[in-house]
Design a protein around this ligand. Structure first.
Ligand SMILES: [Zn+2]
Length: 50
């Protein structure tokens, strides 16, 4: 599970990793995108390098 913050619900939401989408930002940083399971708002998260 991946934890996102939904700005609309103002709460943390857990999303299945398979429901997330990998993105790469303009600066080359990897990020994950997903939709809030409750309101459908797009959520975005920068993946911290491990
Ligand atoms: Zn939401």
């Amino acid at each position: 599970m991946v934890t996102f913050y939904c700005v609309k619900c103002r709460a943390k939401k857990e999303v299945e990793e398979s429901a997330t989408e990998k993105r790469t930002l303009k600066n080359g940083r990897p990020a994950l995108a997903a939709k809030c399971p409750d309101c459908g708002t797009g959520m975005f998260k920068i993946v911290s390098s491990k």
